[in-house]
Design a protein around this ligand. Structure first.
Ligand code: ACM
Length: 384
């Protein structure tokens, strides 16, 4: 459907295809969301090729499935850069997989395009970050929750770097604003349903205003379903998240997801001509019941950014391509998005949505424009 997987071809200075690496888990406990990032990447590549490629040359993906295993992320990144001669990789959802790949892309001078929200506090000259940083999602989420539900927070997360760091930032927001963190619990990354039972029993005892979830992948489904089984009410004690998208909501059941809160740059149905076209293309390709989400959207628009920059420089050499990527703007489905030259992170929109009974989100807060990326929270000195 998407053209062939790369076998031969030149990267630069010729007429062969532009070969790129694609590294998202299509199996294992992260496939629920990473499969959608794979789809977003491939739709964008397909659109570019249908329109004649980049400077007349086709984009050909070399696709690997790291199976939700960070050691495979690292091995495949090395293979792409060192053996296949690829310079550009679109990939990674978890921050632990990104951190596994980072030393490889730095040492072998590749360019990783990372389409996932994360905890901030990272910079690499070999990574372009196109998901939200904490100043673009945690801040708006906190203020919405505190104003509407209260500021006694209970944290539940998967046990790795993103949840621990994201909770550190959220704790500072809560405490600086006179609130209280009444619990902080972690489950394994591939947690089973039963791991959530003692946590939900604890939550029943301490009665927080909000449960802030940094659980990712398939265990997200178990958390929300267990919450429903325990009889909690989202109208009074919602689960709030930066990672629970339309994909996780579909997997858990719309009835289970209804009333919960997520902050993201993009939700399906936010309108705008670019957003509407994107949704119809996605549904045409994958079926009417499939929904877009912030992760497939970032995976999609970052390929468009890549193509726009490559068209100008006509080389995949990161030393030449990256300076042009910095400052580049595209009209993404979420609205205009620019790569901030000072940090290599995207200036993205900030939105908060409440899940409806049909699995889409109603927007309860929206920034008036792109929010400048501030991954080190320099604009908030008290939080550093
Ligand atoms: C994440 O691990 N960056 C969601």
């Amino acid at each position: 459907m998407f053209g062939r997987i790369a076998d031969i071809g030149h990267n630069d200075g010729g007429s062969g295809p532009w070969r790129v690496g694609v590294l998202f888990s299509r199996s294992g406990f992260m496939a629920l969301i990473e499969e959608t990032q794979f789809r977003g990447t491939m739709i964008a590549i397909d659109e570019i090729n249908q329109a004649g490629g980049i400077n007349g040359r086709e984009v050909v993906p070399e696709v690997w499935d790291p199976q939700s295993d960070n050691s495979l992320f690292r091995a495949y990144a090395r293979r792409l850069l060192a053996e296949s001669g690829v310079k550009t990789i679109f990939g990674c959802y978890t921050s632990s997989s990104r951190k596994a790949v980072l030393p490889i892309v730095e040492r072998l001078n590749g360019l990783l395009w990372y389409p996932t929200l994360y905890e901030g506090f990272e910079f690499s000259p070999n990574i372009i970050y196109t998901g939200a940083a904490p100043n673009q999602n945690s801040l708006s989420l906190f203020h919405y929750l505190a104003a509407n539900y209260g500021s006694r927070f209970y944290f539940v997360g998967s046990d790795y770097v993103y949840p621990r760091e994201s909770n550190r930032i959220m704790r500072q927001l809560v405490e600086q604003n006179g609130g209280e963190v009444v619990g902080e619990m972690y489950v394994s990354l591939n947690a089973r349903r039963e791991e959530f039972y003692p946590i939900l029993r604890d939550i029943r005892g301490v009665r927080p205003d909000v449960i802030f979830s940094t659980v990712v992948g398939t265990p997200t489904v178990y958390l929300y379903q267990t919450y429903a089984d325990f009889g909690f009410n989202p109208a009074t004690t919602p689960i709030a998240s930066l990672t629970t998208t339309e994909a996780e909501i579909s997997a858990m059941g719309y009835d289970v997801g209804e009333g919960h809160i997520t902050a993201a740059p993009y939700f399906e149905g936010i309108g705008g001509s670019s957003g509407t076209d994107f949704v119809s293309r996605y549904k045409k390709m994958y079926g009417d019941s499939e929904r877009t989400n912030m992760c497939v959207e970032a995976a999609y628009f970052q390929v468009k950014l890549f193509a726009k920059a490559l068209e100008q420089v006509n080389t995949l050499d990161p030393d030449v391509l990256r300076p042009v990527v910095l400052g580049t703007t595209v009209d993404a489905p979420q609205g205009p998005v620019t790569i901030n030259p000072s940090c290599g992170h995207a200036n993205v929109w900030s939105r908060v949505g409440r899940c409806r009974g049909n699995g889409t989100f109603s927007i309860v807060y929206q920034s008036s424009s792109e929010v400048t990326a501030d991954p080190f929270l320099i604009g908030r000195p008290r939080m550093a």
